[in-house]
Design a protein around this ligand. Structure first.
Ligand SMILES: [Zn+2]
Length: 402
């Protein structure tokens, strides 16, 4: 193994509050405490093999085999995108175009993608998946979760998970995305399939189980049946909750100690209280509200209540076809009441919390060496300069991949 020292970092985001402060309220950066970002100025980081081994002042950097001069730029932990749907074929350009043009559109939404995905070969699906993973990596995402949910048969769901597991450890079984078209008149029969033969086929390939708990998809009782069946097979729950309407998803997520309740756009005070008094992370997915012209989730309300918040892309061909975490950070700051510090924390450490990971989403000794070099003097530029490709370097597991 060889070590690399990255020096001359104007702003190093560690997400370790014991190492440093946060953004300035008036002029100069604080040093020591005060912000979960743990910012260090004029800093350096040393990586050895796939781990971070040292962080501190650039002037005190220990010797290393290689040296990279950040030249006054910013280093942040790689983004942890804890919610995406990347195993699919086809796209839904016409549906998006109609929605944005104010025209009615009556094609089948998710069903359109299910048909295209079932018809695709393994090679086509895997080529699509790797294309989107590369796209995400170029934008600074070094850990990504992805789901099945466009197969909806035991064979097609298991295939999606097998393909996903070749590329990421964070694989989620989402047979309960919608009721499969073949079961339109027998939703109870479909839940039996999802919790029975389909689960048997899928459990070996996944870490997580998810359900779309929403009017028109699965109600609270069906969602509970899906998640408890998965849990009995060793899968950990996460929930698509309260996206389009108030519903039981958030309360169910908390009741089952789900790692995350995702979307959280329509919440009652009781939902917010339940999240605040739980280990369940609220994962906000503003790409979905952007792409459907829907009301934003209220991040400020959740943060003020003490809820742990993650920010992710929800990358999927229907309602949020972006793989860009920086874009989501900018939306969260502009429209959801998050500060630039909070949004970056949520897109890194927050995403790690939503996946119950402690090795990623931070840059302190012992953490995985997943680093992003931003062509900017501070991380605030992620929101200050929206849409600008600021990511100029990416290390994943200690290897420079960009
Ligand atoms: Zn989703």
């Amino acid at each position: 193994m060889s070590s690399t020292a990255i020096t001359g970092i104007a702003t190093l985001v560690t997400n370790d509050p014991s190492l440093g402060g946060g953004s300035p309220r008036s002029g100069t950066f604080e040093s020591g405490g005060g912000s979960p970002l743990g910012l260090l100025r004029d800093a350096a980081v040393v990586i050895d093999g796939d781990r971070v081994v040292w962080t501190g002042a650039s002037s005190e950097v220990p010797a290393a085999d290689h040296r990279v001069d950040a030249a006054g730029r910013t280093v942040i932990p790689g983004f942890v995108d804890s919610h995406s749907h990347l195993v699919f074929a086809g796209d839904r350009t016409d549906e998006f175009n109609a929605r944005m043009s104010g025209r009615p559109y009556s094609a089948g939404g998710i069903r359109t993608t299910v048909a295209a995905t079932r018809a695709a070969s393994d090679a086509e699906l895997e080529a699509n998946l790797t294309r989107f993973l590369t796209e995400a990596l170029r934008q600074g995402t070094t850990t990504i979760e992805t789901k099945s949910g466009y197969g909806l048969t035991p064979e097609d769901e298991a295939r999606a998970l097998r393909l996903a597991a070749r590329h990421t450890d964070e694989v989620t079984y989402l047979g309960a995305h919608i009721v499969a078209p073949e079961y339109a008149d027998d939703p109870a029969g479909y839940v039996d399939l999802v919790t029975g033969r389909m689960l048997d086929a899928c459990a070996p390939h996944a870490r997580w189980i998810d359900v779309f708990c929403e009017r028109g998809a699965f109600d609270g009782d069906q969602a509970r049946a899906v998640l408890t069946a998965g849990r009995a097979r060793g899968l950990h729950p996460r929930v698509h909750a309260n996206q389009l309407t108030h519903g039981p998803g958030v309360q169910l997520a908390v009741e089952l100690d789900a790692a995350s309740a995702d979307h959280c756009t329509h919440l009652t005070d009781a939902d917010v209280d339940a999240l605040a008094n739980s280990r369940t992370v609220a994962t906000l997915l503003p790409g979905a509200e952007f792409s459907t012209r829907a009301a934003w989730p209220d991040a400020r309300r959740l943060l003020d209540a003490g809820v742990t918040v993650a920010l992710s892309t929800d990358c999927n061909p229907g309602s949020s076809f972006t793989s860009s975490v920086p874009f989501c950070v900018a939306l969260a700051v502009r429209d959801m009441g998050m500060t630039p510090d909070e949004a970056l924390w949520s897109a890194t450490a927050g995403g790690a919390a939503a996946l119950r990971r402690t090795d990623v989403g931070r840059l302190a000794p012992g953490a995985r060496a997943d680093l992003v070099l931003l062509d900017a003097p501070s991380h605030v530029h992620l929101a200050y300069r929206p849409g600008v490709p600021l990511v100029t370097g990416v290390w994943r597991r200690g290897v420079r991949v960009l």
